[in-house]
Design a protein around this ligand. Structure first.
Ligand code: GLU
Length: 270
């Protein structure tokens, strides 16, 4: 009997030790996301790789407006001068909300517009850029407005705000939806659609690289790009910190310099 209780005691002793250290191990990671980012000395950012000049790959490197925003944030939060403490994770318009809400990424900086629908499930900082939805067509195209797409074919990108606009403004258009911008652009290139509806800021990237295309002058929406976060108390400190950083970038002219670097000619007749 003595032997059994000694064994039991030893077992319970080790169990409690394991429990103690086990819990201690878990609780070392703070719950608050800003504290967690600082604790692990790394920020995980959802970014796009097909949306020049906001997020794209050149010479094997991620570049663009959104990447520069991420670098400024990492510098402010972690003193990260070279952007080495950012883990970039490629997201798509379709995946980014679940990537965020599943905890796969800390924040999303991916040409993402604030919308009433998205506000139900995620949170946003203040906007850092305003784009507008527009149509891209081939030079010489007869399409001159979104309404003229009612009897034609429109290309859009799944998971973007363009889905709603095309349904509202050209409900009878034949809509061809693609998962990414390059596939949508190929539709236009191969005359499988008559126009692409997307943010002017991203269409601009295709105009820069390809002859024979144009963006029509009309803008059908205002797209307020903001950094997306998860909802809830644990993300509040981070949201406040990000808003402060964006505000500071605005005040110091840093945001304008990034704009000028990546989209110098967007509003000059691109
Ligand atoms: N800004 C639009 C949106 O949030 C489209 C751009 C994108 O592909 O992310 O849906």
């Amino acid at each position: 009997m003595k032997k059994v209780s000694a064994l039991l005691f030893t077992f319970l002793f080790f169990l409690s030790l394991f429990g103690l250290f086990g819990c201690a191990g878990q609780s070392r990671e703070p719950k608050d996301l800003l504290a967690r980012i600082k604790f692990r000395n790394k920020i995980i950012v959802g970014i796009k790789n097909d949306s020049k000049p906001f997020g794209y790959v050149e010479d094997g490197e991620l570049k663009g407006f959104d990447i520069d925003i991420a670098k400024s944030i990492s510098k402010s939060l972690l003193g990260d001068d070279k952007g080495e403490l950012i883990e970039f994770v490629v997201v798509t318009p379709e995946s980014r909300i679940s990537d965020l809400n599943s905890g796969y990424v800390d924040i999303v900086i991916a040409t993402m517009s604030i919308s009433a629908k998205r506000n139900h499930i995620i949170d946003f900082t203040n906007p850092y850029y305003v784009a507008g939805q527009a149509l891209m067509v081939k030079e010489g195209s007869k399409i001159n407005s979104i309404q003229s797409l009612n009897t034609r074919r429109a290309g859009i990108i799944l998971g973007t705000t363009g889905e709603k606009t095309i349904r509202q403004l050209a409900p009878n258009a034949t809509v061809v939806a693609k998962k990414n911008y390059n596939e949508a652009f190929n539709l236009l290139k191969e005359d499988r659609v008559d126009a692409i509806l997307a943010d002017d800021s991203i269409l601009y990237g295709f105009i820069m690289n390809n002859e024979g295309y144009k963006i029509l002058p009309a803008r059908y929406t205002k797209e307020f790009y903001a950094i997306a976060l998860r909802q809830g108390e644990e993300n509040k400190e981070l949201k406040d910190a990000l808003n402060k950083i964006l505000n500071n970038m605005q005040q110091t002219g840093k945001l304008n310099r990034i704009k000028e670097k990546w989209i110098p000619n967007l509003h000059k007749g691109a």
